[in-house]
Design a protein around this ligand. Structure first.
Ligand code: FES
Length: 105
C-alpha cells in the first residue's frame, strides 16, 4: 500500500491508500473520487485525468511518454509538472505522492 495525497483547486486535501502497480487514476476512482472525468477510462486518449505532480515528486514519477506528452500538449492548462493520472503507476518509492487536480479544459 502507498499513500496518495490528492488536492483539489479549492485546497481540499484527501489522503488515499492504494496498491502499488495501480495507477493514480484507479486509486482515486476506487476511493470514489469523481473529480476527474477520465472519459477514456485510462487508455491515454482523452487527457481528462490531468493532474499536477508536486514538484518534489517530479523526478520520482518518471518521464512522460510520447503519447502522454502529445495529449498534455492539447491542454490549455499544461505546466511543467503536468501528468495524466492514468499514466502514473504507484510504486513503493511513490508512497506519499501528492497531486493536484488540474482545471478542466
Ligand atoms: S483517462 Fe483518458 S487519458 Fe487518462
Amino acid at each position: 500500500m502507498a499513500k496518495l495525497h490528492v488536492l483539489t483547486s479549492d485546497g481540499t486535501e484527501t489522503i488515499l491508500n492504494g496498491d502499488v502497480d495501480t495507477s493514480v487514476l484507479e486509486i482515486m476512482q476506487d476511493a470514489g473520487n469523481s473529480d476527474l472525468m477520465a472519459l477514456c477510462g485510462g487508455c491515454c486518449s482523452c487527457a481528462t485525468c490531468h493532474v499536477y505532480v508536486d514538484e518534489q515528486w517530479l523526478s520520482a514519477v518518471g518521464a512522460v511518454s510520447e503519447d502522454e506528452g502529445d495529449l498534455l500538449d492539447s491542454s490549455d492548462h499544461k505546466k511543467n509538472n503536468s501528468r495524466l493520472a492514468c499514466q502514473v503507476k504507484m510504486t513503493d518509492a511513490l508512497d506519499g505522492l501528492r497531486v493536484m487536480i488540474a482545471p478542466e479544459d
